[in-house]
Design a binder for this molecule. Structure first.
Ligand SMILES: O=P(O)(O)OC[C@H]1O[C@H](O)[C@H](O)[C@@H](O)[C@@H]1O
Length: 291
């Protein structure tokens, strides 16, 4: 059943069922529409008024406990990629935050924007990562988008995390996309395993899986759609650029046929582990604007 959470002359936020077990928040504002899944604390959609959707979501997305959502902005935390503990123990890709049910905390519908705050807290959630933590995610939607993830260490000892705000950006086709100024910086190539590479980036045709060592503001230039997205990050050290290409995409059960031609992932990331001292909070974030 749908229920209105907040409403005024500028917009409305509704809770709507995503499945029998999962709920989403649907935002309608004079500047944009957006949708957030509480499962994963996951932005599913954002579309500024009179624009095409900015984030991409798979037609074959699986909304199921224990399965990450394909598209939108998965929150990779408290680790990015596969985790290898010093004990040698392995854990699943991209941490557990994207597979938890987040609590909805606050909604503010203002004249210029809608702000939604979500929370997740826990302790002993994974044998590889037992610490007590709290996450607060602030999402601000308007004709631009801002995401802030506040990471609090509630343990009595320091912990380490790595993370990515793993945005799937909708594009006309990866071959039409350039991402200046990434090509000016060195990258680790996860496809070949070679580190500190330099190469031209004429387009984003996959398979591309690179960790770029820069945090400079990036542009996603789409020649066909004549759209440029400006993406900047806060307290993130790298950008990850990913498109699976046709062969990898065909092996992924939650990608529809041809899905790899519809998105490029540009992820604001800390791929190396970062320390958060006991009782401290750090923030990582990103901002997306259309030019
Ligand atoms: O399938 P997932 O666990 O969501 O990961 C999807 C992709 O995420 C990142 O971009 C990584 O760099 C890729 O290596 C990975 O394949």
């Amino acid at each position: 059943m749908s229920s209105i959470i907040a409403e005024n002359e500028f917009g409305q936020v509704k809770q709507v069922p995503l499945t029998d077990q999962m709920n989403a928040l649907e935002i309608t504002h004079h500047t944009c529409t957006a949708k957030i899944s509480l499962y994963g604390g996951h932005v599913l959609a954002w579309q500024p008024a009179n624009q095409k959707p900015v984030f991409w979501l798979s037609d074959d997305v699986i909304f199921e406990q224990g399965t990450p959502i394909r598209g939108g902005i998965p929150l990779c935390w408290p680790w990015f990629g596969p985790y290898q503990a010093s004990s040698g123990e392995k854990a699943g890709n991209h941490g557990f935050a994207r597979q938890r049910n987040w609590q909805f905390d606050e909604v503010i519908i203002a004249k210029d924007s809608v702000t939604v705050t979500l929370c997740l807290s826990g302790e002993n959630e994974h044998p590889s990562w037992p610490y007590q933590y709290q996450l607060k995610q602030q999402l601000i939607f308007s004709d631009q988008f801002e995401q802030k993830l506040f990471i609090s260490n509630l343990s009595s000892q320091a912990f380490e995390y790595s993370a990515a705000l793993h945005s799937y950006f909708a594009v006309s086709a990866p071959e039409n996309i350039t991402v200046p100024p990434l090509a000016e910086f060195p990258f680790d190539d996860k496809v070949t395993g070679k580190e500190q590479q330099f190469a031209a980036l004429e387009n984003c045709l996959g398979e591309v899986d690179r960790i770029y060592y820069t945090n400079q503001q990036c542009l996603i230039e789409d020649k066909q759609w004549q759209r440029t997205l400006k993406v900047s990050s806060t307290n993130c050290q790298q950008w990850v650029l990913w498109n699976p290409g046709v062969e990898v995409a065909q092996r992924m059960k939650d990608l529809h046929l041809g899905a790899e031609k519809e998105f490029v992932c540009l992820e604001a990331a800390n791929t190396d582990r970062q320390v958060v001292q006991a009782n401290k909070t750090v923030m990582i974030g990103q901002k997306v604007t259309l030019t």
